[in-house]
Design a binder for this molecule. Sequence first.
Ligand SMILES: [Zn+2]
Length: 439
Amino acid sequence: MTIIHLGIDDTDSDDGMCTTYLITLILENLINEDIKLTDYPNLIRLNPNIPWRTRGNAALCIRLDTDNPDKIFKIAKKTMIKNSESKNNKANSGLVMLCRKKVPRNIMRFAENCTSKEVKMEEMRKLVKNKDIKYFGQGNKRGLIGALASIGNTLENDHTYELIAYRKDGRGERGVSLQSILKIDKKKEYSLFSNIDYSNHRVLITPHGNDPILFALRGNNPEHLYKAMSELKLYEDVERFVIFRSNQGTNEHLRNRLDESVLKTYDSGYITGKMIERPIVIKGGHVFIKIKNNNKIINCAIYAPTISLKNLARNLKTGDEIEVGGGISKKSKKFGRILNAEYIRIIKLTDRNSKKNPLCKKCSKSMKSIGKNKGYRCIKCGSRSNKIRRIKNNIEIENKLYLPVLSAQRHLIKPEERYGKEQKNKKKLSGNWFKIFGK
Ligand SMILES: [Zn+2]
C-alpha cells in the first residue's frame, strides 16, 4: 500500500457547488475501492487577503492508503470534471496527487506561504514537476495552487474540526430550529465556537448563499460535533455530512510579523507600534489609524462592520502601543498601502485621565490659571490652589485583545473562546465522520 495525498481547489462559483461538497463526492466514488483514510479530510483555508480567491477560499485534501494511486486519481479527476463549476467556465479547478507518505519540505513551505502571502503560478509549476506528483487543471488552472497547498498543510500545529451537513434540495432558508441551535450553543462541554453572533442577532452555522450546505458546526473535538448535530432539530433532510480537520479558527494566516520597511501587497501578519495621531473616522464609520515602528508609519483601517473592533479603534489615543493583525491591501492613491485590521491587541495604554483646573472650595467654580507654573485662582473670591484635578475617563479600554464581532470574523481568525485551548495532538480518524443518507 502507498499513502497518497489528493488535493482539490477552486471548483465552486457564486452560482453553485462547494469544494467541500465535491470532496465528499470523490469520497463517495471511492467507497468501493480498497482504500483507508489516514486522517480526517482536511479543510485548508488560504490567505483571505488575496482578492481573486474562491468564494470560501477553502482547499481540500484527503490522505489515504491505496494499492492503486492511478485509479484513485482517475476517479477524482472524473468526479471533478463532472461536478466542478469549471464546466460552466466559472471556476479554475485544480487537482493534485502526491504519492509519498511524507510530504516534502518544499511543499510544506509552499503551503505556509499560501496562508499568508501572494503565491505565483510559477512557484506551483516548479513543485508539481516532482516525480511523485500527478496533476490536472481546468480553466487558467489557478486552483492547482490551492490544491497543492492543501497537501502541504498537514495541520501539525493548532487545528480545529468542522462538521458540514448538506441538504437534499438546495433552495431557500435552511430548516434548522433556532431553539435547538441556542441549546447546543449553551453546552460549553462541546467546545463549539462561532455558532451565534449574539451582538448582531445572527446565526452563523447556517449559510445564506446558493450552496448545498445546510449547516456547519465548528469546534475543537470531532465527537462533540457529531453529538451536537444529533441534538439539532431539523425541518429538512440531511443528504450527507462529513467532519473535516481544519486550520480555521487558529490565526494561522497571522503568524508572521510583517516587516514595516517592506510591506508587500496581500501579505497577512501582524505589526506593533505606537499611535502617532488621533484616529480618523470617515463617512460610513470606518476608522483609520496611524502607528509608527522603526521610524516607519503604517496606516491601518478598521471597517465599520467589525463593530466591536471599530469601537475600540475610535477610542485609541496618541501614544497607545498596540499590535494589529490583518492583511495589506493594494496601494491606493489616497492612502497608500493599508493594513486592514482583523484584531488589535493593546500592549500599553497612555494615561486616560484628563487634567482639569482645580475647583474653588468655597464657590465650586473652576479656577483660572495665573500663568505657567504659578497655580490657579478663583476669579470670584480670589482663593488660590495649585492642585490640578484628574478626571477619570469613562471610556474603558483594557490591556487585552480586541476582535471584530463574530459575524465579521474571517474563517481563519481565532475566536476569543479558543485562546488557551489550542491543540497539537491529532485525533485518529474514528467514529462517525462521514455518512450519506441518500438523495
Ligand atoms: Zn471662590
